[in-house]
Design a protein around this ligand. Structure first.
Ligand code: ATP
Length: 410
């Protein structure tokens, strides 16, 4: 059974907002066993929304729309669906009463234009909106369905989970997904290691380059979870074996979570001193809950004088420069002393757009200090923007720490 998502709104086409609703809905539909073969965006234009809906209905059993349920003239999802089924929207007195009550309880002045949200076509089942005002519709079209959901993600998600999903037919399948997350090997190498395992068939194996390394996803579709597991099981084992040594996590694991687990197990703690990454590593670490027993803290030592103040010898900065292996090492060593931790991460580099000390943007030195010594690494990220260089450096440093912990190099 096929499902399709259609996001409605001109601001999506102009790139003013990112279509996160279709990502959320597609993942949710796929998890429930639907085949999601298409997902699209269309602007606030009645003819084009009708055209997009007609096309979607020709090829999919369920079409889920997002947005265009408000009260203004550009909110035309209801009119488009009404035109598809050849019906006229009319005010539903029960919906009107509910809306007026909502306004009264929220202590807001009633506006007549809100009546548009109380309209319904005879064949539509109204889907209550617990979080906002605009109800959705569930409309049977021959043996297919259109579901209209509001644009605000909180409203859309609550309505889909609580109102739409339970009323729809079951997809008649189950999708099992399992991912492996690697560090230190590129997508090409992963591809080589997996060989003929990478294929779009059932079970499928696919690779994705992400900011925290290359991920490999195994997916199996079957009638029920048990069948899906027996289909995927041997492939999951094979992938695990072939990628051994490069996998830092599986499923919902996070890189920081895995690093903290190793440190916790050893009774060691971590600190950070950042120049080029400006606190992004500290942010990444502290965005994971429950790390305070492992992460002592971090400093953003941007000015060379501050690097010296926290313990980097001034001769090192003067002799080798701020962006150098020696300064990165000295920063990491000073950091463990300052924060009294066994491990430290240090970063220094050129984010751009101009050169520094004759070094081009993208030149980054990072160092990991640990009980086994200090390991430093140079990263070159030419032709990237400032933000990309900073993000890449952040994850390279975390990946390097994960490596060092596993290989005992620091
Ligand atoms: P409202 O009643 O608030 O007008 P609506 O159903 O008419 O809701 P839109 O006007 O299309 O929805 O969008 C309202 C807001 O919802 C947008 O400004 C945006 O913040 C968010 N939104 C809409 N569509 C999407 C989408 N596809 N992905 C993420 N956010 C979205």
């Amino acid at each position: 059974m096929r499902a399709e998502v259609l996001s409605i709104g001109t601001e999506l086409l102009l790139g003013e907002i990112v279509d996160t609703n279709s990502a959320w809905l597609s993942a949710r539909l796929a998890d429930a066993g639907w085949d999601v073969y298409w997902s699209g965006r269309v602007g606030d234009n009645l003819e084009r929304v009708v055209e997009a809906l007609e096309l979607a209905l020709r090829r999919s059993d369920i079409v889920v729309t997002s947005g265009g349920l408000g009260s203004t003239d550009d909110d035309l999802t209801r009119s488009a669906v009404a035109r598809i089924v050849g019906e006229e929207p009319a005010i539903d007195p029960r919906l009107e009463a509910h809306l007026r009550d909502w306004f009264a309880r929220a202590n807001l002045a009633w506006q007549d234009l809100m009546l548009k949200q109380a309209t319904r076509i005879p064949s539509a089942v109204s889907l209550p909106n617990r979080v906002g005002t605009a109800p959705g519709w569930l409309v049977p079209v021959r043996d297919r369905f259109i579901v209209t959901l509001p644009g605000p993600p909180r409203e859309l998600q609550a309505m889909w989970i609580e109102q739409a999903e339970p009323r729809l037919p079951k997809a008649g399948g189950f999708l099992l997904r399992h991912s492996f997350k690697t560090w230190g090997i590129g997508e090409g190498r992963v591809f080589e290691l997996l060989g003929a395992l990478v294929k779009p068939a059932n079970p499928s194996v696919a690779t994705y380059a992400k900011r925290d390394g290359v991920h490999v996803r195994v997916a199996a579709k079957a009638a029920n979870p048990v069948e899906a597991a027996s289909l995927a099981g041997p492939v999951i084992e094979e992938v695990r074996e072939r990628l051994a040594g490069s996998v830092w996590g599986e499923g919902e694991d996070t890189l920081v979570g895995q690093i903290c687990e190793v440190l916790r197990g050893r009774g060691h703690r971590l600190s950070t001193v950042e120049s080029i990454t400006g606190g992004l590593i500290a942010h990444e670490i502290t965005s994971v809950a429950g790390v305070s027993d492992v992460y002592a803290g971090g400093a953003v030592a941007y000015d060379p004088a501050v690097k010296v103040r926290i313990g980097v010898p001034s001769e090192t900065v003067e002799r080798f420069g701020v962006v150098s292996e020696e300064t990165a090492r000295a920063m990491a060593e000073a950091c463990t002393a300052w924060f009294e931790t066994e491990y430290a991460i240090a970063t220094t580099g050129v984010a751009g757009p101009t050169d520094l000390e004759g070094k081009p943007p993208g030149t980054v030195w990072m160092a990991i200090r640990g009980p086994g010594g200090t390991a430093a690494r140079r990263l070159a990220s030419s032709s990237r923007s400032r933000a990309q260089i900073q993000e890449r450096s952040t994850f390279a440093a975390l990946g390097q720490l994960w490596r060092a912990l596993n290989e005992g190099t620091a």
